[in-house]
Design a protein. Structure first.
Length: 425
C-alpha cells in the first residue's frame, strides 16, 4: 500500500505542478519544486487546498478555473458540488478519473455484500450532482441489474419497489426515512412488501448513527451501510458487513491525513481531527491536501472483516461548518440526532438555536408518530430533555409539536436552524 501510494503521490505532485496553473502558483508561493517532495513524509511541506480557493478560482477564471490540469477535450464528465452560497463548484473528470471514482465506489458496494445477482435502485436526483451517477455506475460495474430511478417521483419509486424484485436501494438516509414514511401513509410496509435486503447511504452521516441506522433497517427489513464521499475527492469510505462501526477508506485512491483542529498536527490512533485528502488518481482537477471540513476519529482497533485499510470510527462525526458553540460548549447537529433517534416515539425533529435575554438556547422540536397519546407528551419531553442534557452537556428545551407538522426531507436534511443574529464563532 505504501508503495502504491508513494508512486501515485509523487506522479500527482509533478502533474499538478506542471499542468495546473493554480498549483504552479501555490508551489511557487511556498517556494517548492516537485523535486523537493521525495516521499509521502514530505506531504507536510505542501500547502493545503480549501473549497473557498476552488470557488474563488472558478469565479476569477470562469468557467473551470486555473486548477484544470488537462485540456477540456480530454474531459468526459462534469459534476457540481453543492455550495452554501454563490455558484456551485464545477468538477471535471477525464475518462480515467471517472473510472477511478466509480471503481472505488464499487469496491465499497462489494464490501457491503452487493453482488451481480442484485437488482439496484439509485434513488438520487438526476442532475449535475454526482450522487446518482456514481452510485449507478458503481453498481453497474459490479454487474448488477440497474433500475434507473433518477427522474422518478417518490410514489413511482415505491411502486417500483413493490412491482420488481429490487434488492438494493441507494439514497440519502433522510430520503430512506421519508420514503418509508410515505409508503406507510399508503398502508405499505416496505420491510414486508419489498425485496430490499441492503440499503446504502451517502450525502449525510445517518447510516453511521446507530439509532438512525436501526430505524432504516427496521423500515426496509434490510442491512444498512454508510458510504461517505466528496465530489472533489472520491466516494472515499464504506462500512462493511462486519457492522463494526468502522468506515474503511480507499487510501489507494485518496491519501488521508487526520489533523488536530487547532494545530494541524497529525493525530494518532484514537485521535480526532479534520480529514484532509490528497487525490491519488484524478488528473483533471488533482487536489492536494484538500481540507474536507469533516471531523473524524482515527480507528484504534482492527475490523473483524480483516481489512487493513485506514479506517475511521463511526464515519463523519461532524462538519466543521456545522459546529456550533453554545454557552461555551461545542455542539454538532449529529450528536442531537444520535440522542433523539433512540426514542421510538419520534418520527422527525428540528433543532432551533436562539438567543434569549442574551443567552444561547437550543430548542428541539419533536414530531411524534400519530399513534402516541397526547397525555404522554409531557413525560416524553422530560425524558428527552434529560437525555439531551446528559449527552450534550448543556440544558436543552424540548417541545412536542403536532404529528406531521415538521418538514420531511427528500434529499439532504436541514434539521438544524441557527436563528441567532450574531454568532460568536
Ligand atoms: Zn470491516
Amino acid at each position: 500500500m505504501r508503495g502504491i501510494q508513494t508512486s501515485k503521490f509523487l506522479a500527482q505532485i509533478r502533474h499538478a505542478y506542471e499542468n495546473s496553473p493554480f498549483y504552479r502558483r501555490k508551489f511557487d508561493e511556498a517556494r517548492l519544486k516537485p523535486g523537493d517532495i521525495r516521499s509521502l513524509d514530505d506531504i507536510t511541506l505542501l500547502p493545503f487546498t480549501t473549497k473557498d480557493e476552488l470557488k474563488d478560482d472558478q469565479a476569477e477564471h470562469p468557467p473551470w478555473g486555473r486548477i484544470l490540469a488537462v485540456p477540456t477535450q480530454e474531459c468526459l464528465r462534469i459534476h457540481s458540488t453543492s455550495a452554501t452560497t454563490g455558484r456551485p463548484v464545477m468538477y471535471l473528470d477525464t475518462p480515467e478519473d471517472w473510472r477511478g471514482f466509480y471503481r472505488s465506489y464499487a469496491r465499497g458496494l462489494y464490501g457491503m455484500g452487493i453482488r451481480k445477482s442484485d437488482m439496484v435502485m439509485c434513488a438520487f436526483s438526476y442532475g449535475p450532482w454526482i450522487g446518482f451517477w456514481s452510485g449507478f455506475f458503481a453498481a453497474q460495474e459490479l454487474g448488477c441489474l440497474m433500475f434507473p430511478a433518477g427522474g422518478l417521483t417518490t410514489e413511482q419509486r415505491i411502486d417500483a419497489l413493490l412491482a420488481y424484485p429490487i434488492t438494493v436501494l441507494g439514497c440519502t438516509p433522510s430520503y430512506a426515512l421519508y420514503m418509508a414514511e410515505e409508503a406507510r401513509k399508503k398502508g405499505i410496509d416496505l420491510a414486508k412488501q419489498s425485496k430490499i435486503r441492503i440499503t446504502w447511504h451517502t450525502g449525510e452521516p445517518g447510516a453511521s448513527i446507530p439509532a438512525t441506522k436501526e430505524k432504516i433497517e427496521q423500515a426496509f427489513g434490510a442491512k444498512c451501510y454508510d458510504l461517505p464521499g466528496l465530489t472533489e475527492i472520491a466516494a472515499w469510505g464504506f462500512s462493511c458487513t462486519a457492522h463494526s462501526g468502522l468506515v474503511h477508506v480507499h487510501e489507494d485512491y485518496c491519501y488521508p491525513e487526520v489533523l488536530e483542529l487547532q494545530t494541524d498536527q497529525p493525530v494518532g490512533p484514537g485521535g480526532r481531527g479534520e480529514l484532509v485528502f490528497t487525490s491519488l488518481y484524478r488528473k483533471a482537477m488533482p487536489l492536494i491536501r484538500y481540507r474536507t471540513r469533516d471531523v473524524v476519529k482515527v480507528a484504534d482497533r482492527a475490523c473483524p472483516c480483516g481489512r487493513t485499510l485506514f479506517s475511521v470510527e463511526g464515519g463523519v462525526l461532524g462538519r466543521l461548518d456545522d459546529m456550533k458553540k453554545i454557552r461555551g460548549v461545542i455542539v454538532y447537529p449529529r450528536r442531537i440526532e444520535e440522542i433523539v433517534r433512540t426514542f421510538p416515539e419520534m418520527s422527525e425533529f428540528m433543532a432551533l438555536l436562539r438567543r434569549e435575554k442574551g443567552l444561547d438556547e437550543i430548542l428541539v422540536q419533536i414530531d411524534p408518530y400519530p399513534d402516541i397519546p397526547k397525555d404522554r407528551y409531557p413525560e416524553l419531553a422530560l425524558r428527552m430533555e434529560s437525555e439531551l442534557r446528559v449527552g450534550l452537556g448543556i440544558r436543552v428545551g424540548v417541545e412536542i409539536v403536532q404529528p406531521g407538522s415538521l418538514p420531511r426531507w427528500d434529499h439532504k436534511a436541514k434539521r438544524f436552524r441557527d436563528e441567532r443574529e450574531e454568532v460568536p464563532f
